[in-house]
Write a protein that binds this ligand. Structure first.
Ligand code: DAT
Ligand code: MG
Length: 151
């Protein structure tokens, strides 16, 4: 529905490569609404909760190292089907397979530096938004063009 929310993050490689603006622009122009955003140096504790399902993977230590190597920009976007649509906009996990036109397909070549994070399900999005944001950091506001974008 129109109030669905998802968590999108520009990872440290995306911040270093000055891609924050281009990534935000894609979500704005698609018609989604930004309801929360901050830049932060992530702690290992937060990351280990965020990536708890990947703890047993061989790449997990290097994933933690990379994700804490510099600031990230984390955002909550709202809109119709935003979870699924943003996964499509972000592209496949491995940029080798990501379609041109997707963030990963346009800006990355290697799975370990894939520029952006997007929640992969409604439940995952709820969990991640609660993990990264305090309730009062998320704003309920009206976009003047909302009625032109969704029912
Ligand atoms: P996604 O970010 O597309 O949701 P995921 O949740 O399976 O993918 O994995 C989280 C991140 O972990 C991913 O963005 C990059 C890293 N990763 C996943 N598979 C990897 C692999 N085989 N080698 C190195 N890093 C990997
Ligand atoms: Mg994931």
């Amino acid at each position: 529905h129109a109030r669905e929310r998802t968590l999108i993050a520009v990872k440290p490689d995306g911040v270093q490569r000055r891609l924050i603006g281009q990534i935000i622009q894609r979500f704005e122009q698609r018609g989604f609404k930004l309801v929360g955003m901050k830049m932060l140096q992530v702690s290992e504790d937060l990351l280990s909760q965020h990536y708890s399902e990947l703890r047993a993977k061989p790449f997990y230590p290097s994933l933690l190292y990379y994700m804490t190597s510099g600031p990230v920009v984390v955002m909550v976007w709202e809109g119709h089907n935003v979870v699924q649509t943003s996964r499509t906009m972000v592209g496949t996990t491995n940029p080798t397979e990501a379609q041109p036109g997707t963030v990963r397909g346009d800006f990355s070549t290697h799975v370990s530096r894939n520029v952006v994070h997007a929640s992969d399900s409604l439940e995952g999005a709820k969990r991640e938004i609660q993990l990264w944001f305090q309730g009062q950091e998320l704003l309920n506001w009206d976009c003047c063009d909302q009625k032109s974008i969704s029912e």
